[in-house]
Write a protein of this length. Structure first.
Lengths: 321, 328
């Protein structure tokens, strides 16, 4: 496996107006010094609660937002390199949570699926039509559905259309931002299976973002856990699920309700409090106010993301030698 | 039968629209004992929310409860006048919804909103009611309750707003709490806190809970019994351990198998197809087009509800022989 995507020390800050007259300026750091890589054909999961910066990171990687600092390398080239910039739709595509708001309600789904091909000047009208049929078939929809409109589809089918559109330009990397969160359980499994099949058939790499640890754990080769803009732990998915080192990862796993009444864990104390505001991140380790294992020094010194065993990165003072 | 608090008999709630009649709840019967936690589980459009609203008498036109009885502590709520029903709601039955921001008044301070219920239903003075509201806020784990009484809803986080809702719902010590997806909009670590809080407070006062949810994990961790709904009907009912260990209905089995589990990478057993539209229901069993075990009878004849061992109920032809009784 060779590196397809390299994210190096990426930060994204926003200036926010505040105060009574809207003149006070404050800065919010949504993503703070993230390092992450995705190899060709690999699925990297990005898990975290709302406001942890996972979607902002995805948008920076997809070129929808400019990072405030740090670099995004695609196949070893900078995002600004004309070879990357001018071909971005052919390299990276995105699938969003709500397919209803990402598909044009006034256009047939065939048009929406073909739009990327048209914009990139790929093929003539007949060739594009043929490609649309092939794509719809690939995502498990009937080719004649090309002439239907988004409202004629169920949520699961719309997400299949969104996936077909993302695949139209043959990207190597697809960023999936909560792609199954809006779907019912039975349909969610269909879409997860489809994403797995497409990966196997087309050799796709995914950056798979979700708040649902079970879904990420099912689909990802490696998993990164984010909290307040930082990666707290990154390892092979089996390690994250089986022997997590960071107290936050452990808390997330313990909080996810298991569909198994024999293993009821209501006795475990839940993590206390809310995630702190991005406006005033706590000093020291950002997780320390909620951490059940916090030590006095966690409030003052900010831990680095360190490789504690090969391929296993943890940002925690108790793992720092 | 243990001390029954609520029994719903053959309730039918339909939406009468220009495009036709959609029967959202079609002959649902359930019962709930005092202090029990019952889950009503299903996917979107299965009728679980409308069932909750039907019990509360809150179905809005073009929807209407067309038939059935809702016996609450011996009284049929459907026969009560709107005024009498209003006294039952809040006082004896209260509710929590998914999105607290839509149930809280954005321009009223949190304390006023909790105190209002206490004043209206308990006839306390404003000062007494506010003091009681403060005690409720600290009971639901809100730090600095005195200050929070004066907060507006937008100044609180999602988890805190849901705590306020729980404080409002439980301040009058109701016998029944109907909670419709109370933690769906929350992060998992907050969900865990809110569920634990809801269970602790209701257990302390013997409040029964009707928990409406799509999340089987939440059901497994919190409920005594569960009813699985599909297309407006109860497909299966039983105690939660048996339901998960040996589901009787192929739909229940399919739902449980389709869930991803952390650390398990085998291909998911998805249920094919989608939930049918309520205005174009399939003939026979409503689940048969998606059912891996459907046979000839399922295509033509809708199954009745069978009573099985251990008080379990199932609406499926596979259980004709093992059934103890066929319910009318």
């Amino acid at each position: 496996m060779s590196g397809l995507l390299e994210v190096r020390n990426l930060s994204r800050r926003y200036a926010v107006r505040g105060g009574v007259l809207g003149t006070a300026r404050r800065t919010v750091t949504a993503v703070d010094g993230v390092d992450l890589s995705v190899a060709r054909g690999e699925t990297v999961g990005l898990v975290g609660e709302s406001g942890c910066g996972k979607s902002t990171l995805a948008r920076c990687v997809a070129g929808l937002e400019r990072p405030s600092a740090g670099r995004v390398l695609y196949d070893g080239r900078e995002m600004d390199d004309p070879q990357v910039r001018d071909n971005l739709p052919r390299l990276i595509q995105m699938v969003f949570q709500d397919p209803f708001s990402s598909l044009n309600p006034r256009r047939s789904v065939g048009f929406s699926v073909a739009e990327g091909l048209w914009a990139m000047g790929m093929g003539d009208r007949a060739a594009r039509r043929e490609r649309v049929m092939e794509l719809l078939d690939q995502v498990g929809l009937l080719p004649e559905y090309a002439d239907r409109y988004p409202h004629q589809f169920s949520g699961g089918q719309r997400q299949r259309v969104a996936i077909a559109r993302a695949l139209a330009t043959n990207p190597s990397l697809v960023i999936c931002d909560e792609p199954v969160s809006a779907l019912d359980v039975s349909v969610q499994a269909q879409v997860i299976n489809l994403l797995g099949d497409l990966k196997a058939r087309l050799g796709l790499a995914y950056l798979f973002i979700s708040h649902d640890l079970a879904v990420v754990g099912h689909i990802s080769d490696r998993t990164a856990v984010m909290y307040l803009g930082r990666i707290m732990e990154l390892a092979a998915t089996d390690t994250i699920m089986g022997s997590p080192a960071h107290p936050y990862t452990q808390a997330l796993l313990a909080a996810a309700p298991l569909p198994d009444p024999a293993r009821r864990r209501s006795a475990r104390t839940p993590l206390a409090g809310d995630a702190p505001s991005l406006f005033s991140p706590p000093p020291g380790c950002v997780f320390h106010p909620r951490c059940p294992e916090a030590m006095p020094e966690c409030a003052v010194s900010s831990p680095q993301l360190l490789e504690t065993s090969p391929g296993h990165f943890v940002r925690c003072l108790k793992e720092t030698p | 039968m243990p001390d029954t608090l609520l029994s719903v008999f053959d309730v039918r709630t339909a939406f009468h629209t220009a495009e036709g009649t959609a029967v959202a709840v079609d002959g649902v019967s359930l019962s709930l004992a005092r202090g029990e936690t019952l889950a009503v589980v299903g996917e979107s459009g299965c009728g679980k929310t409308v069932l909750g609203l039907s019990i509360l008498g809150l179905v809005q036109p073009p929807g209407r409860v067309d038939a059935g009885r809702v016996l609450f502590d011996g009284t049929d709520l459907r026969t009560l006048s709107p005024d009498a029903m209003r006294r039952v709601r809040g006082n004896r039955i209260s509710m929590i919804f998914q999105e607290p921001m839509t149930s809280l008044n954005p321009v009223l301070r949190v304390g006023e909103q909790i105190a209002e219920a206490i004043r209206l239903h308990r006839g306390k003075s404003r000062r007494e009611a506010l003091a009681e509201a403060g005690r409720m806020l600290s009971l639901v784990g809100i730090s600095d309750p005195e200050r929070r009484l004066a907060s507006f809803p937008h100044e609180l986080s999602g988890g805190m707003r849901q705590r306020v809702m729980i404080a409002m719902a439980l301040c009058l010590s109701p016998d029944l709490l109907i909670a419709d997806e109370p933690t769906t909009a929350l992060d998992v670590t907050i969900q865990k806190q809110i569920l634990a809080l809801m269970l602790d407070l209701t257990a302390a006062k013997g409040t029964a809970i009707l928990l409406i949810t799509h999340n089987l994990g939440v059901v497994a961790e919190t409920c005594d019994n569960a009813a699985i709904m599909y297309s407006g009907q109860v497909a299966e009912y039983g105690d939660v351990p048996s339901l998960f260990a040996s589901p009787l209905h192929p739909y229940t089995a399919g739902l449980i198998r389709s869930l991803p589990r952390p650390g398990d990478k085998t291909r998911l057993a998805a249920i094919p197809g989608t939930v049918p539209s309520l205005t174009r229901l399939p003939r026979g069993c409503r689940f048969h087009p998606r059912c891996p075990r459907a046979f000839a009878r399922c295509h033509s004849e809708a199954p009745p509800t069978f009573r099985m061992d251990a008080g379990r109920l199932v609406r499926c032809w596979l259980h004709t022989e093992a059934a103890l009784e066929t319910l009318p």
